[in-house]
Design a protein around this ligand. Structure first.
Ligand code: NAD
Length: 356
């Protein structure tokens, strides 16, 4: 099969890790007989330098013409003082809007070889976990009506959801669960909030009419936050609102202890998604060879799984990463404290390529 992939390397370590992920995709394409056609586009600080704007029209057009988008990271101290519209992160918000993306996927998974880094009790870490948090991205309290009274000493924010917004996110969650263990937990606060009662009602209606093969349960957000530290292996897919998802996805990724290895995706109605590592542009190590490419490589694997339905190819990349970590190879960021030897990012990529 032929797929058009837009690469948006961005700033800092972005270009290094995206170049590594591209090599892994090329090797995977060769192994499975696919043709991946790559085009590169500017975004973030480097686009401000070249085009005087963080998200040039050419980048938007190129991404819209592609089957999917792989992004490195944007930002850095050089552009910290820029005015609002010229800030590098505008590129990510703009791309999400232009590509019509409204669901964010954040996996939190223990790599078996790195279970010692997990901050939970050893017996729980040993059990392992693999959670996909499906977060609504464009609605809820972050985008609701807000304000202050005349004297400024009282303020309000509004959580508002339509059944349409809830349903389209829940549909993405059920579809993803079908490619995983088939278990969705809908997280809300329906004992208190009316918007959560609509959330629960809408998720159940969709479940009954279109996804009876998937197991669905409900959990209040406070219980979900506790469950993540008590026994996260309970979860497969969590679907939740913008604010609850923001908090739970950071909690879940922190407990893995290896946030440098985590990928993410944003999806909409079409198969086209925006895939990126959860870490930033790490300007402190850009150009030193220390950038760990694994989160970018796993983002590429997610793209194959969710945008192209290439499960075997995605498994192949994820297994290659696991094998290399199981063999004890580490970059500096995931090396044991006090370790004196580690691989450069490029050496890590070579080890992964050898396993594909
Ligand atoms: P960061 O994730 O870039 O870095 C935090 C720490 O982790 C640093 O010590 C860095 O060296 C290390 N690190 C991050 N990724 C690594 C990797 N792949 N390999 C090895 N070490 C790695 O977060 P920050 O320092 O808060 O932000 C730096 C810049 O990135 C800022 O301009 C910020 O706005 C931007 N940022 C961008 C995104 C994005 O593009 N999605 C996300 C977060 C931060």
């Amino acid at each position: 099969m032929t797929y058009k992939i837009a690469l948006v390397p961005g700033d800092g370590i972005g270009p290094e890790i995206i170049a590594d992920a591209r090599e892994v995709l090329e090797k995977t394409a060769e192994k499975f007989g696919h043709d991946f056609k790559f085009s590169e586009y500017d975004a973030g600080g480097s686009a401000i330098d070249k085009h005087r704007m963080p998200l040039p029209q050419e980048t938007i057009d190129g991404c819209l013409a592609s089957d999917s988008v792989l992004l490195g990271a944007v930002g850095g101290p050089k552009w910290d003082g820029m005015p609002g519209d010229l800030r590098p992160e505008k590129a990510i918000l703009g791309l999400r809007k232009e590509l019509g993306l409204y669901t964010n996927l954040r996996p939190a998974k223990i790599q078996p070889a790195l279970k010692d880094a997990c901050i939970l009790r050893p017996d729980i870490a040993e059990r392992g976990f693999d959670i996909m948090i499906v977060r609504e991205l464009t609605g809820g309290i972050y985008f609701g009506e807000r304000g202050r009274n005349e004297t400024g000493d009282s303020a309000y924010d509004t959580e508002r959801y339509s059944a349409y917004e809830i349903e389209r996110n829940a549909r993405n969650a059920f579809e993803i669960a079908r490619k995983r263990k088939g278990h969705v937990t809908s997280v809300e606060k329906s004992n208190v909030l009316e918007s959560s009662r609509l959330w629960k009602e809408t998720v159940h209606k969709l479940h009954e009419s279109e996804y009876p093969d998937v197991t669905l349960d409900d959990m209040y957000v406070d219980n979900a936050a506790m469950q993540i530290v008590r026994d996260p292996s309970f979860f497969d897919v969590i679907v939740t609102s913008n604010m609850f998802g923001d908090i739970l996805s950071d909690e879940a990724s922190q407990v893995t202890g290896s946030i440098g290895l985590l990928a993410s995706a944003s999806l909409g109605d079409s198969k086209r998604g925006l895939y990126e590592p959860i870490h930033g542009s790490a300007p402190d190590i850009a150009g030193t060879g220390l950038a760990n490419p694994i989160a970018a490589i796993l983002s590429a694997a997610m793209m194959l799984r969710y945008s192209f339905d290439l499960a075997e190819e995605a498994d192949c990349i994820e297994n290659a990463v696991n094998t290399v970590l199981e063999a004890g190879w580490r970059t500096k960021d995931i090396a044991a404290p006090g370790a004196e030897e580690w691989l450069t990012g490029s050496e890590m990529k070579e080890k992964i390529l050898d396993e594909i």
